[in-house]
Design a binder for this molecule. Structure first.
Ligand code: ATP
Ligand code: LTN
Length: 331
């Protein structure tokens, strides 16, 4: 069973990305599947990142940061292939072939494009075709399973539709992948606006907890987080989205169930609850940050990415040869 997923090197990897994606990546690499072990590919999708202009020096740093974070959260390069997207030319190559088999109408319906472009005539074409590059990432490795957050559901559907369309024309060109989505409770919301998801790109630094934040920043963001005036620690998504988000974060980082958190904090005020949550977050993130600090400057990181790209390129080249054969490309 081949698994593929990607994270954009946009800096600020936050606990939403961690709980919504990275932590699942770690679990999946040990999943027993018929015929042996799962075979995961975890990619730093830097070609996706340049759909909006990026500072080149910063992008290079971010690539290495995300790769180091992959390893710091527990992705094991002996079990998983970790690499940077632009080190494998097949991603862009296959994306072109897929673009020729994707309808502009389909891409116009993508909500992420609509949100990010807002009808702007100067939105880059890459923002429009972003989902096709994502489909290419997935199909290039004959991926069976794609672990992602709910916000990516529409993109996964598009990937499946395009794969099926090509297969209907030629036969078995692509493996049609399945998305593996998180349950809704795993969606981490912004700390200053619990109706929006926690996001790397939000302007307010205090809206998120990044995996590399120091203790003071973690405390400050949690203490200042938006709650309500009712004063009870109770799970109620509709009427208490702020508190509910904090309970979810507490539960996910501590391992206690939501009910256990509610019971533990019955009759306790928001201040004391937030204080405890800050400690829970610091306890969970400190070991990750420590490993990150060791791995990030190491030669080991470069070796992992070199080996990862080599392995990824081998498989990508095989898929591209097959695709070119079906489409009649080349000699
Ligand atoms: P931005 O928030 O700036 O749009 P992003 O964090 O959504 O960026 P990615 O880096 O591509 O974009 O996301 C990596 C993974 O993290 C994806 O699988 C995505 O679904 C998941 N993810 C992102 N934000 C959250 C969140 N708040 N809660 C749960 N999962 C999330
Ligand atoms: N679009 C995704 C990141 C991404 C991805 C992928 C996820 C790019 N390529 C392939 C899974 C599989 C996002 O913004 N979260």
């Amino acid at each position: 069973m081949r698994i593929f997923s990607g994270v954009q090197p946009t800096g600020n990897i936050h606990i939403g990305n961690y709980l919504g994606a990275l932590r699942q990546f770690v679990e999946l690499q040990d999943e027993a599947v018929p015929g042996g072990r799962a075979e995961p590919f975890y990619c730093v999708v830097d070609l996706h990142a340049i759909t909006v202009p990026k500072d080149p020096a910063q992008l290079r740093e971010n690539n290495l940061d995300v790769a180091a974070l992959y390893l710091a959260v527990g992705i094991d390069p002996k079990k998983s292939t970790v690499f940077i997207q632009s080190d494998v030319p097949g991603h862009a190559e296959l994306a072109w072939v897929l673009m020729c088999n994707t309808y502009t109408g389909e891409l116009s319906r993508m909500t992420q494009f609509k949100e990010k472009s807002r009808g702007n005539e100067s939105a880059p074409a890459g923002l429009f075709t972003y989902p096709v590059l994502m489909a290419s990432d997935i199909l290039l490795y004959d991926s069976d399973v794609v672990p992602v957050g709910h916000d990516q559901k529409q993109h996964i559907e598009l990937c499946r539709d395009v794969a099926i369309r090509v297969n209907n024309r030629f036969g078995d060109v692509f493996v049609v992948p399945e998305g593996r989505f998180l349950k809704e409770g795993a969606r981490v919301m912004s700390l200053d606006n619990p109706l929006a998801k926690m996001s790397k790109s939000a302007e307010n630094q205090l809206s998120r907890i990044s995996l590399l934040d120091d203790e003071a920043k973690i405390r400050k963001a949690i203490m200042k987080s938006t709650t309500d005036s009712e004063g009870s620690i109770r799970y109620d998504l509709e009427n208490k989205p702020g508190v509910t988000n904090l309970i979810n974060i507490y539960s996910a980082l501590s391992g206690l169930s939501v009910e256990a958190v509610e019971r533990k904090y019955e009759g306790v005020g928001y201040g004391a609850f937030k204080n405890d949550l800050a400690e829970v977050a610091i306890d969970a993130l400190t070991p990750i940050k420590k490993r990150f600090d060791e791995i990030r400057p190491s030669e080991e990181l470069k070796a992992v990415l070199r080996d990862g790209a080599e392995r990824a390129n081998e498989i990508a080249a095989r898929t591209m040869a097959r695709v070119k054969g079906y489409f009649g490309l080349g000699k």
